[in-house]
Each structure stands twice: as structure tokens, then as C-alpha cells.
Design a protein around this ligand. Structure first.
Ligand code: HSE
Length: 402
């Protein structure tokens, strides 16, 4: 019998409890051990809970109990999650988390402690919710050098953009609907400004390259500036707009990473990923393209990934699951301003198109500031593009071709 503790009894924590209680036999068959919950840590009272005796407000109960071998951190936020996770790992307990902010910020240190203490720090649920992506990237694709990893990593923004394309909603209307349905927070900044996707692509890029990609170095833009005309122009070229987390690796170990809205042709598999669903594409040098698709958020999908990590940690007690990245000894980030890309430009000046070699006009439409025109540029760097654009012009990147 292996005893585990759940830290945080919110949406994901209660989902983890439910899965462990409802699938005892399956988890035992897959891990080789009966898995039992010994503590649930939460600052709130759960006096009406059927197993209220499991609840504690004192982290030391968990830390000082040698019987607890696996700690499940689903509290969210940096503190006290960082402090608790570090102490648990230093005590030789494996830690499982869904906390992307913590992994993206302190993952390097926590992975190192896990290695030194011969236990495991696992975080499958931190990217793509219920989608298996980190383990496949790390294990099933281990024969490959990953050349690019990118995807739709945020369900809230994907829901909003889907509404804008399928129902002609404006950004503000679609956001209000997402909030009504409980997908978007009252303060939606972390999702709509791309911060959530930024942490997720930083984790994916770190794992894929084996070198820590600091999310603070990932150029990030959200979707708040996307207008009905952007939607109309993208539709005219048989495309959609998605918030994409993108990372590409060159053979010198350098990384190009960014989060931004991208225009994606309807011929690309990711264009069909709608509503709150997520998808991650991985391009390996031997396997070519692999796509992972599923629910990127929600109680049971996220808890499903957390519990899979619990099973892995239990299977590997006293042994390491090889998951790691290292702090690079030099800057590995390529300057995103210097990467040649194609753009969809929206402007009130139809002559602007003439300044770009290989550009093609999409058309025009009535916008907030009169008639607007849109065109696709040839390959130019963002630096070159910005030298030509006026203050009122805007652009959305095209998804780079493989
Ligand atoms: N807020 C996130 C999303 C869910 O909308 O995808 C958890 O990462």
C-alpha cells in the first residue's frame, strides 16, 4: 500500500480524489500497488466531506509522515506551492503537479533536487490538461531530435476565437460568453494576454531541447487586438486565427519561441481544433509530424493526467523517471525580431502592399476607422516589417510552414 497526500482541494484536487477513489483496482493493476490517500491539505474546512478525517491545514503533517511517498501539489500559484514542493522533494517524496507557473519558474531547481534525492518531480498535467504530451515527448519520441513543437495551448482563447469565426462575435462578446460559461476567469488577463500559453510553451521547449527556456524570454502577445475584420480577412484566404505557442530549435541548440495569434490555413490539422480543445504538434526529425489533441483543462481531464503521474511515481519508487532539463551556460534564445515570417497586414493605406516583395492583396472591408485593406507579405523579419508599418497598421503572423 502506497500512501499519497493531496495538497489543494479545488477543482483539480477534488478530481484527483475522485479518480483515486473510483479507480482503485485499475490504479493498483497499473502501478503494482494499492494507492491510498492519507492526507488532504487545504486551508478551508470540509466538515461535511465523507472523509473529513483526511483533511489537515498543517503541511508538516505530510512532510513528517514517512509513510507518505507521493505528494500531489494541485494548489496553483507560486507560494506556498514552491516551498511545500521543495521541502517534500528534499525529504525524498515524489511530487506530482499540475502547476505550470511553478514548473516554468522553479522547474530546473525542483528537477535537480528530485534527481539528488532519487525521487521524481512529474508535471504531465501542467501542459495540455488531460492530453498526454510531456511523457510522449520525453519517452515515445526519444529517438528523435525535436525540431519544432507548437500548438493551441489555451482553451479559453480557443473558445473565444472559435466564437469569433463561427458566429461572427466580436472579441468582447465572445469573452463575455466564455466568462458566463466559466471558461474564462473574471480577470481573464492570464489567458487572453497569452501568459498561460507562454508558461506552457516554455515547459514544452525546455523538455524538447533539454535546456531551460525561461518563459520571461518568450515574446508573448494575446488576442485582445483581433477585430471582426481580421476574422473576415483570414476567412477570405480560407484560414482561421488561433493563439499559438511556438518553439523551433536549430541545429546549434538555439531556440526561437513565441506566443501570438497566428493565421492558420484550413488545410492544417490545427485549424479544426475548436472551442476549449487544445492540440500540440511535435515535429521530430525521424517520425515527422505527430499531433496530440484533447481537453486542455477541466476537473477530470486534468486530474486524469495528474493521477497518471501518480501511477508512474508509484511504479518508480526509489528509481528515477528520466525527465530533466538543464540551465544553459549561454543565451540560447534567438532574437524573435530577426526571424523571417509572413504576415497578414491590416491597414487603411492600400499602397502599403507595394512596399513588400512577394506580397498579395486579400481585399478590403469596412472597419472602425473607415475602409481597411489586408494583404499577405512575403518573408520578412519583424524588424523589417515594423520599419514599413504606420502606427495605425496591424499584423498577425502566418503559421510558419514546416
Ligand atoms: N486557463 C487555462 C485554459 C486552463 O484556458 O486553457 C488551465 O491551463
Amino acid at each position: 500500500m502506497i500512501k499519497v497526500a493531496i495538497m489543494g482541494f479545488g477543482t483539480v484536487g477534488s478530481g484527483v480524489y475522485e479518480i483515486i477513489r473510483n479507480n482503485e483496482a485499475g490504479l493498483e493493476r497499473k502501478s503494482g500497488h494499492k494507492i491510498d490517500i492519507k492526507y488532504i491539505l487545504d486551508i478551508r474546512d470540509f466538515d461535511d466531506h465523507a472523509e473529513k478525517h483526511l483533511f489537515t491545514k498543517n503541511f508538516d503533517d505530510i512532510l513528517n509522515d514517512d509513510e507518505v511517498k507521493v505528494v500531489i501539489e494541485v494548489m496553483g500559484g507560486l507560494n506556498p506551492a514552491y516551498d511545500f514542493s521543495k521541502k517534500a522533494l528534499l525529504a525524498g517524496k515524489s511530487v506530482i503537479t499540475s502547476n505550470k507557473e511553478l514548473v516554468a519558474t522553479h522547474g530546473t531547481e525542483l528537477l535537480k533536487i528530485a534527481e539528488e534525492k532519487n525521487c521524481n518531480y512529474l508535471f504531465e498535467a501542467s501542459v495540455g490538461g488531460g492530453i498526454p504530451i510531456l511523457r510522449p515527448l520525453n519517452q515515445c519520441m526519444a529517438a528523435n531530435n525535436v525540431e519544432a513543437v507548437y500548438g493551441i495551448l489555451n482553451g479559453t482563447t480557443n473558445y473565444i476565437l472559435t466564437k469569433m469565426f463561427k458566429e461572427g462575435a466580436a472579441f468582447s462578446e465572445a469573452l463575455a460568453q466564455a466568462q458566463e460559461l466559466g471558461y474564462a476567469e473574471r480577470n481573464p488577463e492570464a489567458d487572453v494576454e497569452g501568459h498561460d500559453a507562454c508558461r506552457k510553451i516554455a515547459i514544452l521547449a525546455s523538455l524538447a531541447s533539454g535546456k531551460f527556456v525561461d518563459y520571461k524570454n518568450v515574446a508573448t502577445e494575446g488576442i485582445t487586438g483581433i477585430t471582426k475584420n481580421d476574422v473576415a480577412f483570414a476567412s477570405k484566404i480560407n484560414s482561421v486565427i488561433k493563439l499559438v505557442g511556438y518553439a523551433k530549435f536549430d541545429c546549434d541548440g538555439k531556440v526561437y519561441a513565441r506566443v501570438c495569434p497566428m493565421v492558420i490555413s484550413k488545410e492544417h490539422q490545427m485549424s479544426d481544433v475548436s472551442d476549449v480543445f487544445n492540440a500540440v504538434m511535435v515535429h521530430g526529425d525521424f517520425v515527422d509530424d505527430v499531433m496530440f489533441y484533447g481537453r486542455g483543462a477541466g476537473k477530470l481531464p486534468t486530474a486524469s493526467a495528474v493521477v497518471a503521474d501518480v501511477v508512474d511515481a508509484v511504479k518508480h519508487l526509489g528509481r528515477r523517471v528520466m525527465i530533466k532539463w538543464e540551465e544553459p551556460d549561454k543565451n540560447i534564445m534567438l532574437d524573435p525580431m530577426e526571424i523571417p515570417t509572413k504576415y497578414m497586414v491590416r491597414t487603411t493605406n492600400p499602397m502599403l502592399v507595394n512596399g513588400f516583395i512577394g506580397a498579395s492583396m486579400i481585399g478590403n472591408g469596412k472597419g472602425e476607422n473607415g475602409t481597411e485593406y489586408a494583404f499577405i507579405t512575403g518573408l520578412v523579419t519583424e524588424k523589417q516589417l515594423k520599419e514599413k508599418l504606420g502606427a495605425a497598421d496591424s499584423f498577425i503572423r502566418m503559421l510558419p510552414e514546416a
